[in-house]
Design a protein around this ligand. Structure first.
Ligand SMILES: Nc1nc2c(c(=O)[nH]1)N[C@H]1C(S)=C(S)[C@@H](COP(=O)(O)OP(=O)(O)OC[C@H]3O[C@@H](n4cnc5c(=O)[nH]c(N)nc54)[C@H](O)[C@@H]3O)O[C@H]1N2
Ligand SMILES: Nc1nc2c(c(=O)[nH]1)N[C@H]1C(S)=C(S)[C@@H](COP(=O)(O)OP(=O)(O)OC[C@H]3O[C@@H](n4cnc5c(=O)[nH]c(N)nc54)[C@H](O)[C@@H]3O)O[C@H]1N2
Ligand code: SF4
Ligand SMILES: [Mo]
Length: 684
């Protein structure tokens, strides 16, 4: 039978929008206007034709029966999640009227709140940034994920730059540090496995015995928040055994003698005691790192979600300089590659801060939204927050210290608009929920933090239901606010195509393949040349002294009185089938995770009479969280792992792990310290 044109399928080049270092190139197969398959692009080197389980099911998420398909107006109480469908005109008119009235009096009383639900520049902070700049709304410091490590890396190397991920294939020793790539960066893991097959040694440095740790040759299960001490212990051994590249240190590091002096204060006995490791573990790791070439470190943000996360990152980032690992393409370190992308055009043209004119609004930290929503007008703070517009984020689930976040979003006098795909915990608190398109339905342009390809996303299908792209929604609101500047007429496609620096990204290749590799040397720092003013790696300066280990806010060693009541350290790393709080409502993925879980070591469970599968109450002064005990060897003694990030309403007692975390900030970057948290556990 002949195939009618409408039955023929075609493939659209797209990009995974999620907050994941891999930023995969997607092939989206469309038939009769419907997506029938989402697959990895076999030609894109970092993707190599494979996707993670979550995004291979992307169509399931886009066509999910619970998707918000019309604008919704609240009819119930805040948090109840009861809404009625309204027309776009009614919703936009009312929202614009409310925002206009506040902005006429006090524009800073309006707060945009967004993060990386999509990492695209267009549907992220493109048209939305123009809109809020034009209004003069409060600015948001987007600290929730990576700011401690990111700012530390910028301090040390001058930018968020590092090795090419493809080069790990050729490394002989790979330290996977604060990272669980089988869960959160599976394409890097493929490269690491290739290296392993070629004879490389893999060492995982993580308090939790993750799927990744299990498959490495060695697992170093340090206590949370002690990475800086471990790095110093390693440095000590590198110095006293003279496993150093003196030439590299002398030419490319600003003040090695000062760092050397610091390292000598950290003999392996001291480091091991702080880290909860054996002296032999520290010594053996130093011997390997000091004597294997090429040696590479895959650092990830898991280690910087503690008070001293910034200092620890600075210290670890120095290690490749001590041994001259940067001399080879397969040596060095990768935390983030995002700094390879020139961002002047994004910052100026895409976001248009010039629309602020002379105004200099305050900046609020997204990580302290719990406190800030509950603050009154005051001198230090400025005006009380009267309206929040949330897009690409689910703060009620993901921000620390949920009890206060919920109290803030429940304020009857707060006007809340949420642009979403689903009725998340945050959307439940909205006055209006506006249906947003997914990546299959809109244009976007992506930089990445795990590789060095610029990426272009094309829409594969028309918007589902009445959904509109974030950029379209802000364009529509701008029109109703009376913002007539020409930039509010730019289409999504214009924004996507204009996002990259023309001199840096090959527009023809981007157009033809959907991706284009930046021209970055294979061994970018073989002969120094770091993007600092003097091209040297920075040990100190810019207001920071020589780094040292900074103990946690909450730990047995640093806060013994608190630990007497709440003796277990809790970390809350990602569950494998969720992406932050995204996908928790996709049945097949939630089924894979079963129920909210707390992993506990056998000894800690036995001491509390807790058996596997028991419902437990995890608590501290900030609140309590019910979940199932998973008594297993993934947890080390003294540390429990509360896998994240469940939707509160899908949890056992309407809360999640962030009921227990606090809002205190990291030493560098003003980021949250989610993994710096003491708790106690009881049978519920
Ligand atoms: N499936 C899945 N993939 C994801 C995500 C997700 O939620 N789910 N999240 C995405 C996001 S937003 C990000 S930022 C990235 C990276 O996200 P990361 O937060 O870096 O996540 P992981 O790679 O899982 O690494 C965290 C690891 O660090 C460990 N860890 C916790 N505390 C410490 C510590 O003090 N020291 C050390 N050495 N290790 C510690 C945890 O046990 C965990 O195994 O992953 C992205 N990818
Ligand atoms: N306890 C604990 N808390 C954590 C972490 C942890 O490890 N432990 N990790 C932290 C980290 S690393 C991060 S990055 C944050 C993540 O926090 P968030 O960036 O808030 O991430 P998500 O929870 O995935 O929420 C993103 C939301 O954006 C929506 N979205 C996706 N695409 C679009 C779009 O195109 N338009 C609109 N309007 N909406 C869209 C999704 O439906 C989803 O509900 O959480 C942090 N919170
Ligand atoms: S591995 Fe990461 S970038 Fe690739 S499809 Fe999965 S979430 Fe997206
Ligand atoms: Mo993140």
């Amino acid at each position: 039978m002949p195939i009618s044109p409408s039955q023929q399928s075609h493939v659209v080049q797209a990009v995974c929008p999620h907050d994941c270092p891999d930023t995969c190139a997607l092939h989206v197969t469309v038939q009769a206007g419907r997506v029938i398959r989402v697959a990895g692009d076999p030609d894109h080197p970092p993707t190599h034709g494979a996707l993670c389980t979550k995004v291979s099911r992307y169509a399931e998420r886009s066509y999910h029966p619970d998707r918000v398909l019309t604008p919704l107006k609240r009819v119930g109480k805040k948090g109840e999640g009861r809404f009625e469908a309204v027309s776009w005109d009614e919703a936009l008119d009312d929202i614009a009227t409310r925002l206009k009235a506040i902005a006429a009096r006090e524009p800073e009383a309006v707060l945009p709140y967004s993060y990386a639900g999509t990492m695209g520049m267009v549907q992220g902070d493109g048209m939305s940034a123009r809109f809020f700049h034009r209004m003069g709304a409060s600015l948001l410091d987007r600290t929730i994920c990576s700011m401690a490590g990111g700012d530390a890396l910028v301090h040390t190397y001058g930018a968020k730059v590092g090795m090419h991920v493809e080069q790990f294939v050729h490394s002989r020793l790979i330290l996977i540090w604060g990272s669980n790539p089988i869960t959160s960066s599976v394409h890097f893991w493929t490269f690491a496995q290739q290296a392993k097959r070629a004879g490389a040694r893999l060492v995982c440095i993580d308090p939790r015995r993750t799927e990744t740790a299990e498959k490495c040759h060695q697992h170093i299960a340090l206590l949370p928040g002690t990475d800086g001490a471990l790095a110093l212990g390693l440095m000590h051994e590198l110095v006293v055994n003279d496993w150093l590249d003196h030439d590299y240190l002398q030419r490319h590091v600003d003040n090695w003698p000062a760092l050397r002096e610091r390292a000598l204060q950290w003999p392996p006995e001291r480091a091991a005691a702080v880290c909860g490791l054996s002296v032999a573990e520290v010594q053996a790791l130093a011997r390997e790192y000091g004597n294997t070439r090429p040696a590479a470190i895959r650092l990830n943000y898991g280690m910087q979600r503690v008070r001293g996360g910034g200092s620890a990152t600075r210290l670890i980032a120095m290690l490749p300089c001590l041994v001259g690992a940067w001399r080879q393409p397969a040596g060095g370190l990768l935390l983030s590659a995002s700094g390879w992308f020139r961002q002047a055009r994004r910052d100026a043209w895409m976001q248009r801060p010039d629309l602020l004119g002379q105004r200099r609004p305050r900046t609020l930290n997204m990580s302290t939204i719990g406190d800030d929503l509950n603050r009154e007008t005051s001198r230090g703070f400025g005006p009380k927050i009267e309206a929040v517009v949330v897009y690409n984020s689910n703060p009620v689930a993901v921000a620390p210290d949920s009890a206060r976040v919920v109290r803030g979003f429940a304020r009857e006098d707060l006007f809340t608009v949420v642009l979403e795909h689903f009725l998340t915990d945050t959307a439940d608190h909205a006055d209006y929920v506006l249906p947003a398109t997914t990546q299959l339905e809109h244009w976007d342009a992506h930089t990445t933090y795990g590789h060095t390809y610029a990426m272009l996303n094309r829409p594969a299908i028309a918007p589902v239901g009445q959904a509109r792209s974030n950029a379209q929604i802000f364009r529509d609101l701008a029109a109703r606010m009376g913002y007539t500047d020409a930039c509010f007429a730019d289409s999504d496609e214009t924004l996507a195509r204009g996002a990259f620096e023309p001199e840096q990204v090959d527009a023809d290749e981007l157009q033809a393949r959907g991706w284009s590799r930046l021209k970055v040397a294979e061994a970018p720092f073989a002969d120094g040349g770091f993007p600092t003013p003097d091209s040297k790696v920075r040990v100190e300066g810019q207001g920071l002294g020589v780094p040292d280990h900074v103990p946690n806010y909450e730990s047995v060693l640093s806060s013994p009185e608190l630990a007497a009541r709440f003796p277990l350290a809790m970390i809350s790393p990602p569950a494998r089938h969720f992406l932050n709080s995204s996908f928790v409502n996709v049945d097949s993925l939630r089924a894979a995770e079963k129920e909210p879980r707390l992993e506990m070591h056998t000894s800690d469970a036995a001491a509390r009479g807790i058996t596997r599968g028991a419902t437990v109450r995890v608590f501290n002064e900030r609140g309590e969280y019910l979940c199932k005990a998973d008594v297993c060897e993934r947890a080390r003694p003294g540390v429990v792992n509360g896998l994240g990030i469940w939707w509160r309403k899908l949890g056992l007692n309407g809360s999640n792990v962030n009921q227990l975390t606090h809002q205190r900030l990291t030493d560098i970057g003003r980021a949250p310290s989610f993994y710096d948290c003491l708790v106690e556990v009881q049978v519920a």
